[in-house]
Write a protein that binds this ligand. Structure first.
Ligand SMILES: Nc1ncnc2c1ncn2[C@@H]1O[C@H](COP(=O)(O)OP(=O)(O)OP(=O)(O)O)[C@@H](O)[C@H]1O
Ligand SMILES: [Mg+2]
Length: 236
């Protein structure tokens, strides 16, 4: 679903944000991306959306070679991807509902369905009472949850999130992880960047680790084996 082949990204002559990065995320996977500040996490996610282009290497997302994709195909390509940005990117002069409705219009969802879809997804992030608030009237964590709601609203094929729990307290962070887990169960392929090693550890999911632009480690998902019980399927 997401394939990087020897991808290097230099923003200028002196700094290399990503260096020869190769990895694959298969359809239906849930993968974490971690590494210190400046390691290249946001750069990697921006490359997937083709907000920026690689200096070297190939990227294929959902069967499309991003180097070869024409500009006029970008909107169609991006419709299949839900993205939670590190800085939220909510439209400040629009209410929460209008922010969501705007995206649904872009996604070609009929206007009569907007209220229902917006309410459903806001319930999932526990913000249904803030439908008519403007982003500046919300706390950082609330804005973050609206940004998550917006990314989830149409069950995207690929869900990409950049530090989606960065401003949240641990309880709320767990709830948000649950929401991503649910989206994954509904069929989205998820790639989630976070600093939070604890969050990754408890999840037991496959993890890509960046260090100064290099992919240094791949931890496989921990497969939980059910406790052994006596008798077949524990029936005795
Ligand atoms: N537009 C840009 N122009 C120049 N350098 C950039 C640009 N964007 C990122 N960089 C550099 O690329 C490197 C990787 O940045 P990136 O934002 O991908 O890190 P990150 O892992 O997301 O960090 P954080 O955890 O702080 O969000 C950094 O050294 C950063 O300064
Ligand atoms: Mg970042």
């Amino acid at each position: 679903m997401i394939h990087f082949y020897h991808v290097t990204k230099k923003f200028d002559l002196y700094s290399t944000a990503l260096q020869d990065v190769t990895f694959h995320v298969e359809k239906g996977e849930f993968v974490f991306l971690t590494g210190a500040s400046g390691a290249g996490k946001s750069t990697l996610l921006k490359l997937i959306l083709r907000q920026i282009r690689p200096t070297e290497g190939q990227i294929v997302v959902n069967g499309r070679n991003l180097n070869a994709m024409k500009r006029n195909h970008l909107p169609f390509f991006r419709r299949e991807i839900g993205m939670v940005f590190q800085d939220f990117k909510l439209i400040e002069r629009m209410t929460v509902f209008e922010n969501l409705s705007f995206i649904l219009t872009v996604l070609n969802v009929a206007p009569r369905e907007h209220k229902k879809k917006a309410y459903q997804v806001l319930r999932a992030v526990n913000l249904h009472h803030k439908l008519n608030a403007y982003p500046p009237q919300l706390s950082g964590g609330e804005q973050q949850r609206v940004a998550i709601a917006r990314a989830l609203i149409n069950d995207p094929l690929v869900l990409i999130a950049d530090e989606p729990t960065g401003n949240l307290d641990p309880d709320l962070a767990q709830e948000i992880m649950q929401i991503f887990g649910d989206a994954h169960l509904r069929g989205s392929t998820v790639l989630l960047a976070t600093h939070d090693r604890d969050l990754i550890q408890v999840s037991g999911r496959r993890t890509l680790v960046l260090d100064q632009g290099r992919l240094i480690e791949e931890k496989p998902a921990v497969v939980e084996r059910p406790a052994r019980t006596d008798g077949v399927f524990g029936l005795s």
